[in-house]
Each structure stands twice: as C-alpha cells, then as structure tokens.
Design a protein around this ligand. Structure first.
Ligand SMILES: [Zn+2]
Length: 359
C-alpha cells in the first residue's frame, strides 16, 4: 500500500457486496481503511510547492474547482452554479468568475501570479478529435465548440489537460481503491448516467468511440425501449437516472427528489419498494453488461443517486444472477464510490500532474 493515497479514503462509507466470502473480506478491509485514514489526518502540514494541481469539474448544475495535492488530498474548494458563467448560448459566456476562482486557488500555493500549477479540466460530453473541445454535450449545449481549455491556458499560462468528466471521476475512484485491479469500471448515476473504465492502468476513452451512451448501458429492448436524450434507444439513463427516478417518485406520490423515496423504503412501505423494482431491474442488467464488456472484477458505483438512494443499488444487486464460474469462485464485486462530489476534481487534478496522461 502506498501512503500517497491514504487521504483519499476520507468519507469511505462501505461496500455493497453480495457474496458472503467477499463480504467478510471487505468488511475487514473497510475497517483498515478507516484506521489508516485517521492516522493520516494527524499530519495536517501542506506539502511543498510543485506538488499541487487544480482540478475543475464542469457539471450540468455546478462547476467545482479544487486545489489538490499530489496525494489526492483536497486543500481548498470553490463551487458555483454553472449558469453563473455559462448561459444559454456561447454569447452568454462570462469566464471571469471561473478565472477568478482559479487565481484564488493558485495564490494559495504560489507566491508568483504566473507560477505553473497544472490544471485538469473535466467537461461533460463528447470531445473533438484533438480532445480539447466539447463536440457534443446533451446537458450543456453552450459548451459545444467553446475553447475553454485554451482560454484558461492563455489566462493562467499553466498547462491545461482536458478530459471528460466521467474519465476524471473514474480515474479518481480508481486511484482511491486500496487494491487496484487490472480492469476497473466506474458507473456514475446522477442527473444523467455515464460510465468509464480503466484497463491495465490506462483510461479507456469511451466518449470518443461513438456518440451517445456506450453499448453496455443499452438495456431496453426495441420496440418498447424509450429514446434517450443522447439519441439512442433503451439507455439506462431513461430508466434509472436521477431525472427518471424523480419522475417515478413524483408519480407514485413519494414527493420530488429521492430522499422521500429512500425514507419510505426504510419504513418498508410497499408502494415505494414496488416502484424500485423497474429501475433496479435495468440497473442490474447494466451492471452485468459492464462486467461482460470490460471483463472487470470490480464495478464501482458513484454519483448523487447512489448516495441518496442506496436502496436502488441494494435492489439491483439482489436481482443479479448468482456469480457464474467454478464452484467456490467469487463473482465481480460491486463497491460504492468513496470520493463523492470530489471524484471529478481529484481525478482531473491528478491527471494534470501526469507528464503523459494514461490514455
Ligand atoms: Zn443515452
């Protein structure tokens, strides 16, 4: 175990595991993680200059920026509604609040205003061939064609590494694993749904291979499949994203948002549990697809929905087929993401610190 990543384990909240044998092993392991985390927090001294990067994660509703140490520790955060700098169209882009936040974070660690603190910029959507500009973004159309990375680079004179938000979050969660498997899949369920993968220590750049959601996330069957905003039919996003679940919750009288639904499930209200069955079925199918496509022993689930509606993950795991393979072998392990909303900024910053990003 390398001490460089000990700080990443703050906020680890446990694992969703089906198999008893794995459950035993991971319960023990979670205890070790917490113990190490407590020890690590005693050392509160800032590391020396030159070992920081700034991670920026542009989301549909909020833009987050953070100063991150080489060990993955977040030292300072800034967040603002994305609409405060990115309006409905390219003519409504007002970058000064974002650039100001970057300057503030940089001044924390660099005395000179033009000191080089690398920047990782995570953007939602599909990037162009050069990987610098968003070619398509379903939720933030105003980002399309906007040379945000180059503009920030000109302003700060720091190297800006551009990536997709799901790649950044996947990299952050991958590094936060105590034991990093050869193959790793991250499924992120928030307002929308995305997935990323790491194979042999390198990020698989899925968002460039085809427009829309990847094949593994197509779970609905034609002719009944609903059309997703990405243009494909039957994506998991139309059945189990925060947006879709909020609609179900509202139509079942459980209120808007997901907290009321989670509470009703904890009270074992039958209507709430029944409403969970449909989304859980689709989620279970997507998990199986991801395991098959990437031959990954680990599926890490993160995003706001996973955090606010853990009953969905539980219900999906109960529906999955028992692990195949020889008797005594363990199936893939489904773990809960440990970095929360920081996954994107941490992953983006740590990728920016790499001389050659792993893709
Ligand atoms: Zn889709």
């Amino acid at each position: 175990m390398r001490p460089a990543f000990l700080f990443l384990f703050d906020g680890a909240t446990g694992f969703f595991v089906r198999d008893d044998e794995w459950n035993h092993q991971f319960t023990w392991y979670a205890g070790v993680r917490r113990a190490i985390s407590n020890l690590a927090n005693r050392n509160n001294t800032m590391p020396p200059d030159g070992t920081f990067a700034i991670g920026i994660d542009v989301g549909g509703s909020r833009t987050r920026a953070a100063l991150v140490g080489h060990d993955g520790r977040v030292w300072k955060r800034r967040a603002a509604p994305t609409q405060s700098w990115l309006g409905e169209g390219a003519s409504h882009v007002e970058l000064s609040p974002l650039l100001q936040s970057i300057d503030e974070l940089r001044r924390t660690v660099a005395a000179k205003p033009d000191a080089d603190v690398p920047i990782g910029l995570a953007l939602p959507g599909v990037l162009d061939r050069a990987g610098r500009i968003v070619a398509r973004s379903v939720n933030l159309a105003a980002l399309e064609g906007l040379p945000l990375g180059d503009t920030i680079q000109q302003h700060t004179r720091s190297c800006v590494t551009v990536m997709t938000d799901i790649d950044a979050a996947t990299w952050g969660e991958y590094l936060a694993m105590d034991i990093r498997p050869d193959r790793f899949v991250h499924l992120r369920i928030g307002t929308g749904i995305g997935c990323g993968a790491v194979v042999d220590g390198r990020i698989v750049r899925l968002a460039r291979s085809a427009p829309g959601h990847v094949d593994a996330l197509i779970v609905g069957k034609i002719p009944d499949a609903k059309v997703c905003a990405c243009g494909r039919c039957g994506c998991l996003e139309v059945y189990a994203s925060g947006r879709a679940l909020s609609r179900v919750s509202d139509s079942c009288g459980l209120g808007e948002g997901l907290d009321g639904w989670q509470r009703a499930i904890e009270n074992r209200e039958s209507a709430a549990m029944q409403a969970m069955e449909g989304p859980a079925k689709w989620l279970a199918a997507a998990i199986d697809n991801l395991v098959l496509q990437f031959e990954s022993p680990v599926v890490c689930i993160g995003g706001g929905v996973a955090a606010h509606l853990p009953a969905l993950i539980d219900a999906a795991l109960r529906r999955r087929e028992p692990a195949s393979g020889a008797e005594g072998s363990c199936g893939p392990v489904v773990v809960q993401a440990s970095l929360g909303d920081d996954a994107g900024v941490i992953g983006a910053a740590l990728l920016a610190l790499r001389r050659n990003p792993p893709w």
